[in-house]
Design a protein around this ligand. Structure first.
Ligand SMILES: NC(=O)c1ccc[n+]([C@@H]2O[C@H](COP(=O)([O-])OP(=O)(O)OC[C@H]3O[C@@H](n4cnc5c(N)ncnc54)[C@H](O)[C@@H]3O)[C@@H](O)[C@H]2O)c1
Length: 389
C-alpha cells in the first residue's frame, strides 16, 4: 500500500502538532482530522486544509471516524497514556509524543496493549533516531569501525526556561511528570545514544537540581515558547528540576562492540546560549564520532594515528546505511523537521508493509524504558547512589 493511502488524525495544536502535520504533508500522507481546543482546532484545520475538526479535546469522537488510520498524539504528557489506550482500542495505529507517560505504572498498560496479537503499530516520537547522522553513527558502531566502545559523553542543553518568568506546563510535575529537564529532553539524549550503541541503559547515578525554586506564571495556559508580559504573572512553587548530571551504565549489544559502556550526560533547560543542543561523543578503541543536533549534517570522525575527518550527509562520508532516510543532496541542509519526516516515513512504511519493514523507531517498550529510567534518576538523586533500572 503506498503511503499516501494512509490517513492521519492529529491531536494537539501547540508547538509540535503542526510539525507533525507539515512532515506528513511533505510525505504525501493525507491529514484528514484534527482534535484540540475548539478554537485552535478550527483555526489549524483552516490553515492546513484539514477536513474533519474535533473541538473540546474530544478524542473519542475523532477515534470514531472511519477516515483515520494513524493517530498522532501531540497533547501534553499527562494525557498520552489514556489517549494511546483509547486509540489502540479503536484499532488505530499510533505515533505518540515522548515521554510515553508520567509513570511506569501507566506506561506498562500501553506495553501490555501493544503486545496483543492483532495490535496496531505503536511508535513513540523519539525522532532523533532518524537524523541521517545518527543512523550513520549507529552503522559505524555496529560494523566495528570504532572498535570496542569505551565510553560516551555529552549533553542536552536549552535556555528557554532560564528566567523565572519563563513558563510552560512542563514546569509543574502534575502536568508534565516529576522529572522535567531529564524527562523532557534528557530522554531524547538517552534514547539516541541507546539507539546508536544498540544497548539499553541498565543503571544510573544522578544528581538533579532546581535553580528557580519559585517562578512566575501567567494566569492561563500558554503555548510552548510563547512570550508573556511579566506584569500579568503570579508566583508559584517549582517541583521539577532545571538541570541534572546523569551517569549511565549500558548493557550488552547484540553486535558485540558495546558491552557495559559507561556514559555521562549533563542536561539543562537553563544553559544560556544553548537553544537545542543535543551533543554526544562515542569513544572506541579504533576511533570516535561526535555529533551535535544544531549542526546535524556533519559527524566528526576522530582517530588517534591518522587525521580526523568531517563526514558530511549525502557525500562519500555517509554510507549506504542512511539510504532512504535522507532526501536532499549534500550541501543542502536537512534538520529537525526532516528527522520528523524520516521517522513518520519509517512508521508509515512499517504499517503499509504489514509490519515487514524494519521497526527502527522507538516502540512502546522503548518509551516505557525511558520512563523507568526517569524514575531511577529521581531515586538515585535522592539516595545519592547507583540505581538499577
Ligand atoms: N519529539 C519532539 O521533538 C518534541 C518536541 C516538542 C514537544 N514534544 C512533546 O509533544 C507534546 C506537546 O508539546 P508542545 O510543546 O507541543 O506543547 P504545547 O503546550 O505547545 O501544545 C500542546 C497542545 O495540546 C493541547 N491539549 C491540551 N490538553 C489536551 C487534551 N486533553 N487533548 C488534546 N489536546 C490537548 C493544547 O491545547 C495544545 O494545543 C509533549 O508531550 C512534548 O513532550 C516533542
Amino acid at each position: 500500500m503506498p503511503l499516501h493511502q494512509l490517513r492521519a488524525g492529529i491531536i494537539g495544536t501547540g508547538f509540535i502538532g503542526p510539525v507533525h502535520i507539515e512532515a506528513l504533508k511533505r510525505l504525501g500522507v493525507q491529514v484528514t482530522a484534527i482534535c484540540g481546543s475548539t478554537k485552535s482546532a478550527h483555526a489549524m484545520a483552516e490553515q492546513w486544509g484539514i477536513p474533519e475538526v474535533y473541538g473540546d479535546y474530544d478524542v473519542e469522537a475523532m477515534y470514531a471516524s472511519p477516515n483515520i488510520d494513524v493517530v498522532h498524539i501531540t497533547s501534553p504528557n499527562k494525557v498520552h497514556v489514556d489517549q494511546s489506550l483509547m486509540a489502540l482500542k479503536a484499532g488505530k495505529h499510533v505515533i505518540c509524543e515522548k515521554p510515553l507517560g508520567m509513570t511506569t505504572d501507566e506506561t506498562a498498560k500501553v506495553v501490555a496493549a501493544v503486545k496483543k496479537k492483532s495490535s496496531p503499530v505503536f511508535a513513540v516520537n523519539y525522532m532523533c533516531r532518524f537524523f541521517p547522522a545518527i543512523l550513520q553513527m549507529r552503522a559505524m558502531v555496529q560494523r566495528g569501525d570504532l572498535g570496542q566502545i569505551i565510553h560516551v559523553q555529552g549533553h542536552f542543553f536549552q535556555d528557554w526556561l532560564l528566567h523565572e518568568t519563563d513558563y510552560n506546563w512542563r514546569v509543574m510535575a502534575a502536568e508534565g511528570g516529576k522529572l522535567r529537564a531529564v524527562g523532557d529532553i534528557g530522554t531524547h539524549w538517552i534514547d539516541a545514544v541507546s539507539f546508536v550503541l544498540g544497548a539499553r541503559a541498565e543503571s544510573v547515578f544522578a544528581h538533579i537540581e532546581t535553580f528557580h525554586k519559585t517562578r512566575l506564571r501567567p494566569k492561563g495556559e500558554v503555548q510552548t515558547f510563547a512570550k508573556i508580559d511579566p506584569k500579568k504573572m503570579v508566583p508559584y512553587k517549582v517541583d521539577t528540576e532545571d538541570f541534572g548530571s546523569v551517569l549511565l551504565k549500558f548493557g550488552k549489544s547484540k553486535h558485540g562492540y558495546a558491552n557495559g559502556v559507561h556514559a555521562s550526560a549533563a542536561i539543562s533547560q537553563v544553559a544560556a546560549g544553548w537553544k537545542c543542543s543535543l551533543y554526544f561523543g562515542i569513544y572506541g578503541t579504533k576511533g570516535s564520532v561526535q555529533w551535535e543536533l544544531q549542526q546535524p549534517n556533519e559527524i566528526t570522525y576522530g582517530r588517534r594515528d591518522e587525521p580526523n575527518m568531517i563526514l558530511q550527509r549525502n557525500t562519500a562520508g555517509f554510507t549506504e546505511d542512511v539510504k532512504g532516510f535522507t532526501d536532499y543532496p549534500g550541501g543542502h541542509p536537512e534538520g529537525f523537521s526532516d528527522a520528523h519526516k524520516m521517522h513518520y516515513r519509517a512508521v508509515y512504511e512499517h504499517i503499509a508493509s504489514g509490519k515487514k519493514s524494519p521497526a527502527l523507531f522507538a516502540t512502546a517498550e522503548d518509551g516505557h524504558h525511558e520512563v523507568k529510567l526517569c524514575e531511577a534518576v529521581l531515586k538515585s538523586s535522592k539516595a545519592k547512589s547507583w540505581i538499577k533500572v
